[in-house]
Design a protein around this ligand. Structure first.
Ligand SMILES: [Zn+2]
Length: 201
C-alpha cells in the first residue's frame, strides 16, 4: 500500500464515513478500528494538518477535559500533552506500544484507557471517541464529510437508521446537514441502514 497524501485523505474520508454511517451491534469495535486506522495509517504530512491548538479547546474536538486524568511530564521537564497534535502523538505511541486497555461492560466496548511512562493517563468514553475520530478524519481527510452531493440514488441520515430513494417524501424531513448520499443499496445496508418502509429502496 502506497502511503502518499492522496491515499491518506481517501483513507481518512472513508473512516469518517464508516464512523458516521454505521449504527449496529459492532458500533464500538467499528469505532475502535477506525481510531486505530486513523492513528496508525496516515503519514507525517497528514498529521501536519492536525492543529496545534491548546488543550483548552479539547471540548470542541468532542473530548471531555476530564477524560484526561493526568497530563504527565516530558523527560524535558515540560508538561504534556500541551496541544491537540501532541495529544494525538501520545495516543499514537500508546497504540503502537500497546499501552492501552479496552473498557467493556456487558460485552460492549464502552471506552479506551491510555497510560504511559510519563504519567499520562486518559479514559475516553465511546461517545467522546466517536467525536474525536470524526474530527481527526475531517482534518486528515482535508475536508468535511462528504454529506449529500445530490447525485446519488439513495439518501440516508447520519442520525437515523432508514435509507430512502431520493424521491421519498421522508428525505425532505432529514435536515440538510444530516443527509448523506449513498450510491447503492448494498452500501447503505453494509453501513447499518435499513430500507425505508414507505419508498422501499
Ligand atoms: Zn423512504
Amino acid at each position: 500500500m502506497k502511503n502518499n497524501g492522496r491515499f491518506d485523505r481517501t483513507f481518512a474520508n472513508r473512516m469518517n464515513e464508516l464512523v458516521r454511517l454505521y449504527r449496529g451491534p459492532h458500533e464500538g469495535s467499528n469505532l475502535f478500528t477506525c481510531l486505530l486506522g486513523l492513528l496508525l495509517v496516515p503519514g507525517e504530512e497528514a498529521w501536519s494538518r492536525v492543529p496545534e491548538e491548546p488543550l483548552s479547546i479539547l471540548h470542541r474536538w468532542g473530548i471531555n477535559r476530564r477524560s484526561i486524568r493526568k497530563i504527565g511530564t516530558c523527560p524535558c521537564g515540560n508538561e504534556h500533552p500541551r496541544t491537540l497534535r501532541h495529544l494525538v502523538e501520545i495516543l499514537r505511541n500508546a497504540i503502537t506500544e500497546r499501552r492501552f486497555d479496552l473498557l467493556h461492560a456487558n460485552g460492549t466496548l464502552t471506552g479506551l484507557e491510555f497510560k504511559d511512562a510519563s504519567g499520562f493517563h486518559a479514559v475516553f468514553k465511546t461517545a467522546d471517541l466517536r467525536r474525536l475520530v470524526e474530527k481527526l478524519s475531517e482534518h486528515v481527510g482535508g475536508s468535511r464529510a462528504r454529506g449529500d452531493t445530490g447525485d446519488t440514488d439513495f439518501v440516508a441520515s447520519w442520525q437515523r437508521e432508514p435509507f430512502h430513494r431520493r424521491s421519498c417524501k421522508w428525505v425532505r424531513r432529514i435536515r440538510r446537514r444530516n443527509r448523506l448520499g449513498v450510491a447503492t443499496r448494498r452500501e447503505a445496508i453494509r453501513a447499518g441502514h435499513r430500507p425505508c418502509k414507505t419508498c422501499r429502496p
